[in-house]
Design a binder for this molecule. Structure first.
Ligand SMILES: C[S@@+](CC[C@H](N)C(=O)[O-])C[C@H]1O[C@@H](n2cnc3c(N)ncnc32)[C@H](O)[C@@H]1O
Length: 457
């Protein structure tokens, strides 16, 4: 097992909150709830249900690899057509070859995780933990290229914003970055702003396993697939990813859920949340209390990113004013927010890139507040088998459209036209023929569009 650096005494159990964890064979052990946590390539996996987390990420990896292979196969099939011009043929050959190589590279990168283990799903349910559905292995794939392959500009701008927010009177001390992604900001911060030790935490093993190798001084060759390639050769760009300075001492990667942070209370002098607060499922007010619990009194929270909350409940899609007030209510000084427009994910190989007006602030923890309860990913009626499942408005809508969808799908037999199907719907007294025709056409357009969508749409 590779050594875990400099943070053993502050690592705590994400399941029962006991700290510190004890070193055990090939991992860490909680003497409170007797859970064993694996360590892969020097990265502790501190999920409340570690075996289920490993199994789930392995499954997600399998899906990404299968998708790459599938995409390659579809393109190879297309290449058998005689209608292709020479340039189109060379673009498709590049893509097919690159998808295949990328599938192999991903398997190799995630090799440390290829362990066997059952998925005790029932336990996971009981603990109300689970991997957030939108977080796939490849969700932030482009971030690794931005962080370690595209050059200095975007990374330097982010570091500068954080540095300005913090000012230079107070030393950052012991630093935790939550949702560190491919870790460039955490790394630059650690190296240049004088942190005594740093922990970079993320939920995505692909990002951290890759970073771990870069921090050991390896150069990794990995394809980028830009959203809007500028030139033919930009459809698949084999990049060389490398960290500018290695090794990086007192810098530890931790794989965990930021909503169940595996640390003893008040362990940090600085907590950074770059581009995180609006993408987690937890509402901002609770997350702010969680950050409070991680900081010692007088420590500082550096918030950085867009405030583009996407909660179902409109009341939780906070404005900047509400965010500032809630931060203060969570035991911090009233933040002085700065708004700055910066380039975001502008690949040199892509025509697509954004400008984002980001908010940044650093605020001091003035007092401790009531501890945020353990994060529950699932409601009672999913966990308990005997509770009635509520008929939520969105379920009702979905049930309705699923019925119509199933009915239309059932009528497609390769012979019937839209007019024939509308007649059947009228016979069954579901809709008038007049209403049914546009409704069926709408469904078919949606299905057709979905069948035509490519990788980056
Ligand atoms: C928008 S990206 C930002 C990445 C990085 N901070 C940056 O500035 O490039 C959000 C990151 O949060 C991570 N993330 C999402 N949900 C998380 C959770 N519950 N716990 C820890 N990390 C999470 C994602 O894996 C991703 O790396």
């Amino acid at each position: 097992m590779r050594e875990i650096q400099s943070c053993d005494e502050i690592l705590g159990c994400p399941r029962c909150d006991r700290s510190p964890l004890q070193p055990a064979d090939d991992g860490l052990h909680c003497s409170g709830c007797q859970t064993r946590f694996p360590v892969f390539d020097g990265i502790p996996w501190l999920f409340a249900e570690p075996a289920a987390a490993v199994a789930e990420w392995r499954q997600r990896l399998g899906m990404v690899v299968a998708k790459r292979e599938d995409d390659a196969k579809a393109i190879e099939k297309r290449l058998t057509g005689r209608d292709l011009g020479a340039l189109t043929r060379s673009r498709l050959e590049l893509l097919a070859r690159s998808y295949r190589e990328n599938a192999r590279d991903l398997v190799e990168l995630l090799e440390p995780v290829q362990v066997s283990g059952d998925t005790p799903y029932a336990t996971q349910l009981a603990l109300r933990t689970r991997m957030p559905a939108p977080q796939g292995i490849a969700t932030y794939y482009a971030n690794v290229h931005r962080d370690w392959g595209w050059g200095a500009e975007e990374n330097a701008v982010s570091l500068d914003l954080v540095r300005t927010a913090l000012g230079d009177e107070v030393a950052p001390g012991r630093v935790l970055t939550l949702g560190a992604g491919a870790c460039r900001l955490a790394y630059d911060f650690h190296r240049t702003l004088g942190a005594t030790s740093s922990i970079a935490l993320d939920i995505n093993p692909f990002l951290l396993l890759l970073t771990a190798r870069l921090l050991r001084g390896e150069t990794i060759r990995l394809h980028e697939f830009p959203i809007a390639p500028r030139r033919l050769a930009d459809n698949a760009v084999l990049r060389e990813l490398a960290a500018p300075h290695t090794p990086c001492d007192n810098f530890q990667l931790v794989l965990a859920d930021a909503l169940r942070p595996p640390f003893a209370r008040e362990s940090f002098d600085t907590v950074i949340t770059p581009w995180l607060v609006d993408i987690v499922s937890e509402e901002f007010a609770l997350l702010a209390r969680r950050v409070n619990g991680l900081l010692r009194k007088g420590g500082r929270w550096v918030m950085f990113g867009s405030l583009s909350f996407a909660h179902q409940d409109a009341a939780l899609r906070y404005s900047l004013e509400e965010v500032l007030e809630l931060t203060q209510q969570a035991g911090f000084a009233m933040p002085q927010a700065q708004e700055t427009t910066i380039p975001y994910m502008c690949s040199p190989a892509s025509r697509h890139g954004r400008n984002e007006m980001v908010v940044s602030f650093a605020t001091e923890k003035l007092k401790s507040v009531k501890r945020a309860q353990r994060h529950s990913a699932l409601p009672d009626w999913i966990v308990e088998r005997d509770q009635p499942v509520p008929l939520l408005p969105s379920f009702e809508m979905q049930a309705m459209s699923t019925r119509v969808y199933a009915m239309i799908m059932g009528m497609i037999d390769g012979r019937r036209s839209i007019r024939d199907m509308a007649a059947i719907m009228e016979q069954k007294r579901l809709m008038t023929r007049q209403d049914a025709e546009p409704a069926i056409r709408g469904f078919l357009i949606k299905m057709y569009d979905e069948s035509q969508q490519g990788e980056n749409s």
